[in-house]
Design a protein around this ligand. Structure first.
Ligand code: UN1
Length: 480
């Protein structure tokens, strides 16, 4: 089947007339053709978003919320079908595919609820008769550039706040996961969103993304993806006067102290490190273990990892599916190769040998042991099913290791020691701290984002999303 761009309320062919075939990382089956759009398509989408802005911002918050709720209801009706398509396209397990679709519904419901929340404040004037207040106003057309690893949730967590606060949108879907984004856009189309409020262009980031970032009619860019691409976007967007929000990499540590419940800590390491094939910016990639329990933790982690079912993610009992693409698999394998020189491979490290899985991009869950943080596998984001173990003398050494990274997205500590947990909360250099829980996860009603090289600009999600998607207007009202 051939899918089209969505511009000004209609499904339209790209100017180029050319299409890319999308295929499944599970077994290579073809999933449809998506536009290989050109700069002209992006420009047409931007013009459409610009044209729709004055109508959309003039609607009441409640009216705008009604479209979010209608789209949520449509996604709810199709949650199994969409979750299945997400799994086929991205390779995460079916439980995760459906779970992610449910998360998108919660995000839409949360931001619909924000339509009844305060959008400003009244501030006393030095003049007793003057009323001074602030209100939040939308920015205009915004460009949303989304990643393949959460192809439903991330488009929605940018779309929902952009729309509720009155902005119009041009979305650039990740090349690898257009069908998931198509489902999101279709839900809004079916919900009757006015033409031009949402536009979506499929194709290469270098072409469409660059146009969005450069074009003066786009007032802000929100991006989720790699540091390399994000940093390029930052320079260009700032030089054209835009607001920018970037969510990029992580190298998230899980610290396990000697008093921790080892079974629970092993479970957190496995879920945080291997679910979604490790392809989350929040994935656990370093596990730092206190010396006293190191051997026991390592033994149990390897035992549990050996028992995981890795394979076709459409089968209900599969724990971990393939990498998203051949090139992602190659990148992960090359880091594993480097890891073998720098550290000790404890488990995994190979592609799967099962003859039924040769058309997919599978890698075993992989565990390394390292004795120095200089190793590439301890410093670079791998974005695959690889965790590295590091022994620490005590909490103080562990936190030093944990902070010794350019990234600062999330981190977790396993302990029952409340004082150390509080010290950790204060000392760890990340945007999201966990105590006795996975480094992954993001509830829609709370801020999401990191420090250091993980993020740039205001936080996504929760009430703080308003910071990025609006600006403040200050109003003085005097009596004549
Ligand atoms: C999660 O951990 O459930 O791209 C969400 C990412 C993040 C989202 C993580 N922006 O992986």
């Amino acid at each position: 089947m051939r899918y089209l761009n969505y511009i000004n309320g209609e499904w339209v062919e790209p100017f180029s007339g050319s299409y890319n075939t999308n295929s499944s990382p599970i077994d290579g089956r073809e999933l449809g053709e998506f536009p290989a759009s050109s700069v002209e398509d992006a420009q047409r989408a931007i013009a459409s978003a610009k044209g729709a802005f004055s109508l959309w911002k003039s609607l009441s918050y409640k009216q705008r919320a009604s479209y979010l709720l209608a789209a949520a209801a449509i996604l709810k009706d199709k949650v199994e079908e969409i979750g299945y398509d997400l799994t086929l396209e991205e390779g995460k397990t079916i439980a995760e595919g459906i779970g992610e679709t449910q998360r998108a519904i919660s995000i839409l419901e949360f931001f619909a609820g924000e339509s009844a929340q305060s959008i400003g404040s009244v501030i006393p004037s030095s003049n007793e008769k003057t009323l001074i207040y602030t209100k939040r106003i939308p920015l205009g057309p915004v460009g949303l550039i989304t990643s393949w690893n959460f192809p439903i949730a991330i488009p929605v967590w940018k779309l929902a706040p952009a729309l509720i606060y009155g902005n119009t949108v041009v979305m650039k879907s990740a090349d690898l996961t257009p069908k998931s984004v198509y489902h999101v856009i279709s839900a809004f189309h079916e919900a009757g969103i006015p033409p031009g409020v949402i536009n979506c262009v499929f194709g290469s980031g270098r072409v469409i993304g660059t146009e969005l970032v450069k074009n003066p009619d786009i007032k802000a860019i929100s991006f989720t993806g790699s540091n390399k691409v994000g940093n390029g976007i930052k320079e260009l967007a700032i030089s054209t006067g835009k607001k920018v929000q970037l969510e990029m990499g992580g190298k998230n540590p899980l610290i396990v102290l000697a008093d921790a419940n080892i079974d629970k800590a092993v479970d957190l390491a496995i879920k945080g490190g291997f679910l979604s094939t490790g392809q989350k910016c929040t994935a656990t990639s370093r596990v730092i273990i206190e010396e006293k329990i190191y051997d026991e933790f390592r033994t149990r982690l390897i035992e549990q990892t050996m028992s995981l079912k890795v394979g076709n993610p459409l089968e209900k009992d599969t724990f971990m599916g393939p990498c998203v693409s051949h090139s992602q698999q190659e990148t992960v394998l090359s880091l594993i190769k480097a890891g073998k020189q720098e550290g000790l491979l404890l488990y995994g490290g190979e592609t799967l040998q099962n003859p039924n899985l040769q058309q997919g991009f599978y890698i075993q869950p992989t565990i390394f042991e390292i004795d120095s943080q200089e190793a590439r596998i301890a410093r670079e984001e791998i974005f695959g099913p690889v965790i590295v173990l590091l022994k620490a003398k005590d909490y103080h050494e562990a936190i030093r290791f944990a902070n010794d990274t350019e990234f600062g997205l999330s981190a977790s500590l396993c302990t029952n020691n409340l004082s150390l947990a509080q010290e950790f909360i204060d000392e760890i250099e990340v945007g999201m701290v966990h105590v006795n829980s996975e480094t992954t996860g993001a509830e829609p009603q709370v801020p999401f984002g990191g420090v250091k090289n993980s993020s740039y600009g205001p936080r996504e999600q929760g009430k703080t999303a308003i910071e990025f998607y609006t600006q403040v207007k200050t109003i003085y009202v005097d009596q004549l």
